[in-house]
Ligand binder design. Structure first.
Ligand SMILES: Nc1ncnc2c1ncn2[C@@H]1O[C@H](COP(=O)(O)OP(=O)(O)OP(=O)(O)O)[C@@H](O)[C@H]1O
Ligand SMILES: [Mg+2]
Length: 255
């Protein structure tokens, strides 16, 4: 029996599509890393300015109270710098594809630390609702990327001075085997007619990158979905016009 040339063509196109998808995925992971280096450099500059100013203050004013304050501020800033370096180095190194048992709360905290500057810039308050959960089986680098995408989307949909709630909890329907992470915003919401498309590749309602250079390629959510499903997890969205959006990802508990 002869194979229909059309079928061959379709198979070839599907193969090419797969290749392109995987190339895009590694590009996005690189873009995230690039973005993080930018954030790190910027944050470092702020920390150094602070440290230099407090060191000057301590040298200029010799009373014990001022000096103690200066030392404490310098210590605080240096600790913050050390933590940021540790997180960035961890991200840069942890680019292997494997999955391992992962403390999801620590991972979420790392991501929130990296995005702290950006959230402050738009006066977005992050509310943490973290319940104790077992470790999940995941690739830290990929899940970090998913969380960054969700948090940036939530930030972009929120008004200045808005609020984003991040929840971590055992998944209600199957608490023994799954952990749920929810990113909830109170922004624009997603209109009903748009909802079926948001996970499509290249689907975007943004006219282009915003002031921070983010958004507009329409890749964020499609990659989130792909990554979460590769983890044998689920991603789910609930949204209503002008009420806001809640995106939940479910990940399997590590055994
Ligand atoms: N939290 C949210 N609130 C409102 N709309 C959202 C939210 N998250 C996603 N969307 C909608 O879904 C679309 C697709 O999101 P997605 O993250 O895939 O792409 P993007 O943010 O437009 O671009 P990028 O590839 O840079 O992430 C967005 O353009 C927006 O219309
Ligand atoms: Mg996005």
């Amino acid at each position: 029996m002869k194979t229909d040339p059309k079928d061959l063509q379709i198979a070839e196109l599907q193969r090419k599509n797969k290749q392109l998808e995987s190339a895009l995925e590694s590009l996005q992971s690189l873009a995230t890393l690039g973005e993080l280096s930018g954030v790190t450099a910027h944050e470092f500059n702020n920390i150094l300015t602070l440290t230099i100013n407090y060191a000057r203050m301590g040298l200029r004013r010799t009373d014990n109270e001022t000096r103690e304050k200066a030392f404490n501020k310098i210590l605080e800033a240096s600790n913050r710098a050390a933590k940021i370096v540790a997180v960035s180095l961890g991200l840069a190194r942890n680019r292997k594809p494997g999955r391992e048992p992962l403390d999801i709360t620590a991972l979420v905290e790392d991501v929130l630390l990296l995005l702290e500057k950006e959230m402050t810039k738009f006066r977005i308050r992050i509310e943490r609702k973290f319940e104790p959960t077992p470790k999940v089986l995941a690739n830290g680098n990929q899940i970090q990327q998913v969380l960054i995408n969700l948090l940036v989307n939530a930030r972009q949909a929120s008004p200045n001075g808005g609020r984003i709630v991040v929840k971590i909890r055992p998944y209600a329907e199957d608490p023994q085997n799954n952990v749920e992470i929810v990113v909830r915003d109170f922004g624009t919401g997603i209109p009903k007619e748009t909802l079926p498309h948001i996970f499509d590749m290249f689907y975007t309602t943004k006219s282009g990158p915003d002031a921070t250079g983010k958004g507009g390629s329409g890749l964020g959510l499609s990659l989130c979905k792909k990554i979460v499903e590769e983890h044998k997890g689920k991603i789910r969205v609930e949204s209503a016009d002008n009420v806001g959006t809640s995106i939940s990802i479910r990940l399997p508990v590590a055994r």
